[in-house]
Design a protein. Structure first.
Length: 544
């Protein structure tokens, strides 16, 4: 009974999003209000504590919102100058083989956009580029949706995983003999490891879905197997540096820098003929395109990639553990103490550690002057950015505030445990040691309905952590499954499907896209669960 009441705000948010098509922002705002009501009326949490922890949630969410703003602000500025379109079109000239074009633009360029901006932009940018070079709308949409999974775990400057960790940080600090920094490092490394072992095969899944299930002339596995070595190479070109960056640098760079490294390896390999199939494959009735000289772009590679190269360099210098700047960046903060006058409700905001401000917003402002954009143009870009992130900002504010309430309802006069502990005990009783089968599915479900891995982590990370403790499983493993599962669910989430259908002209095929994406989504979730059980069987040394 109490478990159902505790989880009711989340169920309500999911119901509003799925059944009534209410945006995730408004849904989670309503869920937060209902959660406050349950905390006050059932758990008998004092009103000052409800207000204090809610404000704490809003402040924590603002830290993430600034990152989103900075990333999208930069992307819109570069798009305004035609740089993003130029990068995408340049990739299409490398090969006439549609399979290779999908790997370069759908898989690798999509990963780069995820690392640069995230929050629905990869499919919305990469898919139209595929359509623009002649790939059928449904194929372009499906390929980019499936591809927009592995990169999402760390997404734009680590937001999804960093937000998930921030949600469980208070609980991590309560673990005996566990250093939160070391815990975070292993958690991010575990997310990277799971994705390296599973996500490497996603490019092959994409191509097989194109060739065998939908668009192949003969629907032959042979055409797919011919490109398997290149698919594996394309997958590993991204996921190996992705894992190494996650394990040894931090969560900010795996997707952004991993995709840039992957670009160099994949394009270099294709140009050198490495693993390139002998036969060029194209869609039925799809003739090779001959490009005229007047179609060539004059934007240089240096100009196109310079902003992201500067950002990647800055982040490496300030995040790498072997350099002295990391401690300065993370230990310089603004303290919010006894928020709303409530003893113990605190938050330390490491302002220099927020990549949305340093370097995204700073570099973008400099670019506005460098490109010679007028004040009016700059205002239009800012207004467009604010409009794009409004729903995400509201969703994060409501979601983080709700989690703060749910995890702190033990401040009450009823003597009851907090909401997440009550729910976690119920899940532990039902699934026990088999919970690794459920953990990634919970994350995927959250992303499916909320349209965001970040929001899924906000809603469920603490719940997964508490459940892992109940069933005596490594919390790092279960939380890593949550983070990866949330990324997997991104390929079928309603928001992304609707957006990509609109940008590619695949209107009316949203249901088909979701159904088609269910197959790779289920395979991915199964693989993530299998890896978890293998690591447990190997007695992997988890910190917590």
């Amino acid at each position: 009974m109490y478990a159902l009441l505790a989880v009711f705000p989340i169920i309500l948010a999911l119901l509003l999003m799925v059944s009534f098509n209410v945006k995730s922002g408004l849904s989670l705002l309503i869920a937060w209000i209902v959660g406050c009501g349950i905390a006050f009326g059932v758990w008998r949490m004092d009103l000052p504590y409800i207000i204090g922890f809610s404000v704490s949630g809003f402040i924590r969410a603002a830290d993430v919102i600034l990152i989103i703003f900075g990333a999208v602000f930069l992307l819109n500025t570069l798009s305004r100058e035609g740089i993003i379109d130029s990068i995408g079109r340049g990739f299409s000239r490398i090969s006439q083989d549609r399979r290779i074009q999908i790997l370069i633009i759908g898989w690798m360029f999509g990963a780069f956009i995820e690392g640069a901006a995230g929050f629905g932009t990869p499919a919305a940018l990469a898919a139209p580029l595929l359509v623009g070079i002649g790939i059928p709308p449904f194929a372009a949409a499906l390929a980019c949706l499936i591809a927009n999974s592995t990169p999402v775990c760390f997404g734009v400057i680590g937001v999804p995983s960093m937000t998930g960790f921030a949600t469980i940080l208070p609980a991590v600090e309560q673990l005996a003999d566990v250093d939160p920094a070391a815990y975070a490092a292993q958690l991010y490394g575990m997310v990277g490891l799971i994705n390296m072992l599973t996500g490497t095969f996603i490019p092959f899944v994409i191509i097989m879905m194109m060739i065998v299930f939908f668009f192949g002339k003969t629907r032959s596995f042979k055409d797919g197997l011919a490109v398997f070595p290149l698919c594996l190479y394309a997958g590993a070109s991204f996921t190996v540096p992705y894992y190494l960056l996650a394990a040894f640098v931090g969560p900010e760079l795996p997707t952004l820098l991993g995709s840039i490294i992957g670009f160099v390896l994949l394009i270099g390999g294709v140009k050198a003929g490495l693993f390139v199939p002998k036969t060029v494959w194209r869609f039925p009735g799809d003739a090779p395109i001959v490009e005229n000289d007047n179609q060539k772009e004059d934007i240089s590679i240096v100009k196109a990639w310079a902003p992201y190269a500067i950002i990647a360099t800055f982040l490496i210098l300030t995040r790498a553990p072997w350099l002295p700047f990391k401690d300065i960046v993370r230990n310089t903060f603004i303290s919010f103490t006894n928020i709303m006058g409530i003893q113990g409700v605190n938050y330390n905001w490491a302002i220099f550690n927020n990549p949305g401000i340093f370097p995204f917003i700073i570099i973008t402002v400099l670019l506005l002057f460098f490109y010679g954009l007028s004040a009016n143009d700059s205002k239009q870009i800012i207004a467009k950015t604010l409009k794009q992130i409004t729903n995400a900002a509201v969703a994060l504010s409501g979601g983080v505030a709700l989690v703060q309430i749910m995890t702190n309802t033990h401040f009450n006069t009823s003597g009851m445990e907090n909401m997440t502990t009550v729910v976690a005990k119920t899940l532990a009783e039902v699934f026990g040691g088999m919970y690794p089968m459920v953990a990634p599915l919970v994350g995927a479900f959250g992303a499916f309905v909320a349209g965001s891995n970040t929001v899924s982590n906000v809603m469920f990370a603490r719940l997964q952590f508490d459940t892992a403790l109940m069933v005596n499983l490594p919390t790092i493993l279960i939380c890593a499954q949550q983070f990866v599962g949330g990324a997997v669910g991104s390929m079928i989430c309603v928001n992304s499907v609707v957006a990509v259908a609109a940008t590619t002209g695949a209107h009316g095929k949203e249901g088909q896209l979701i159904m088609a994406g269910m197959v790779p989504c289920a395979l991915y979730i199964f693989a993530v669960s299998a890896v978890a059980f293998i690591l447990l069987a190997m007695n992997y040394n988890f910190i917590g």
